[in-house]
Ligand binder design. Structure first.
Ligand SMILES: NC(=O)c1ccc[n+]([C@@H]2O[C@H](COP(=O)([O-])OP(=O)(O)OC[C@H]3O[C@@H](n4cnc5c(N)ncnc54)[C@H](OP(=O)(O)O)[C@@H]3O)[C@@H](O)[C@H]2O)c1
Length: 306
């Protein structure tokens, strides 16, 4: 891990530290993306469901970094009947990606993901992602919030396996079995909500940061002690923990000083005994979607084969 640097990339060319845009307004996304690209981030993570891709696209354009240097991930919102959102068909998936490209002002995406296995039509949607890659509208395709069972479903149906899987990953939710499975199958692991154990995570009202606060407090006793001893912030410690597990990590902030701090995670190493202490905090508890009363990995409806 020590030999990795801020410019290192994983097997699909994705920089190891990416900038996330969830819970930013379109205006905030524009300014934050400019700041992130200015401090050196070269991976931007977006989604149809974040309702801010116009701002993200403006930020990418305004930053003036060459397109081929930036790795852009975005996601299809698959639809979810339980929320009254109709499921997207093959054609609607293709159309959605083309619309997102317009919003982002891009000719191609680097990685296009199905945001979660929330649709009965998820195999039809995956077939559309395979087509989008053939059309050159995305360089790589993958999924998010898919557990081993959902990935096997795709392989059993005769499809190419996803190139990446973006999942919640931090010491309280360490995805041990899934991480092993992705490694065995060369599926690039991407961590989201690495900072969920912090008291400052989604701290504003309505952002859902209070979920599982008792469990988080126990975790903070450990992260505070290790971070103080290693002379780094708890945020950096949590991001570094994800990297040392072989994940690419994503981090979001609307504050310039935090954007800079979160990018700078290659100047220390967590010793193996401290990694062991952090690993022991695992409770397999996802937090990121819990304010919506949902575990996206386990919400999959019956599959509809098409
Ligand atoms: N695929 C999915 O289902 C999924 C789900 C969730 C997230 N994601 C992606 O992953 C990205 C990261 O996840 P996340 O949004 O949960 O973000 P995160 O980076 O884990 O946490 C962001 C929260 O932590 C605070 N924060 C950021 N840097 C900090 C620092 N250095 N010290 C203290 N507090 C800090 C932020 O506040 P301020 O903004 O006020 O600084 C914000 O409240 C998302 O933006 C999105 O792109 C994907």
């Amino acid at each position: 891990m020590t030999e990795k640097t801020q410019t290192s990339r994983n097997g699909i060319g994705m920089p190891l530290v990416g900038f996330g845009t969830y819970q930013l307004s379109s205006g905030q996304a524009e300014l934050s993306v400019i700041e992130a690209l200015k401090v050196g981030f070269r991976h931007i993570d977006s989604a149809e469901g974040y309702n801010n891709e116009e701002g993200t696209g403006k930020g990418i354009k305004a930053a003036g970094v060459a397109r081929e240097e930036i790795f852009v991930t975005t996601k299809l919102f698959p639809g979810f009947k339980q929320w009254g959102a109709p499921e997207k068909t093959f054609d609607q998936t293709i159309e959605t990606c083309k619309n997102q490209l317009k919003q982002l002002q891009l000719d191609y995406i680097d990685l296009y993901l199905i945001h979660a296995p929330l649709a009965e039509l998820r195999l039809e949607q995956w077939r559309a992602l395979v087509e989008l890659k053939k059309l050159g509208l995305t360089r790589h395709i993958g999924v998010s919030n898919y557990n081993e069972e959902r990935i096997k479903e795709m392989i059993d149906a005769g499809f190419a396996k996803p190139e990446a899987n973006q999942v919640e990953f931090h010491p309280i939710c360490a995805q041990v079995g899934l991480t092993h499975y992705m490694k065995e199958n060369s599926i690039a692991p991407i961590a989201y909500s690495s900072l969920a154990p912090l008291s400052t995570w989604r701290a504003e009202e309505g952002q859902g940061g209070e979920v599982l606060s008792d469990i988080k407090k126990e975790c903070q006793l450990v992260t505070k002690e290790i971070a103080a001893r290693l002379k780094v912030s708890e945020a950096k410690l949590l991001l570094r923990w994800g990297l040392q597990h072989g994940y690419s990590v994503l981090t979001k902030s609307c504050k310039p000083e935090r954007i800079r701090e979160n990018f700078n995670v290659f100047d220390f190493v967590i010793p193996s005994n401290d990694m062991d202490c952090l690993n022991q905090l695992n409770q397999n508890k996802p937090i990121a979607w819990a304010a919506n009363g949902l575990n996206p990995m386990e919400a999959a409806p019956m599959l509809k084969y098409v």
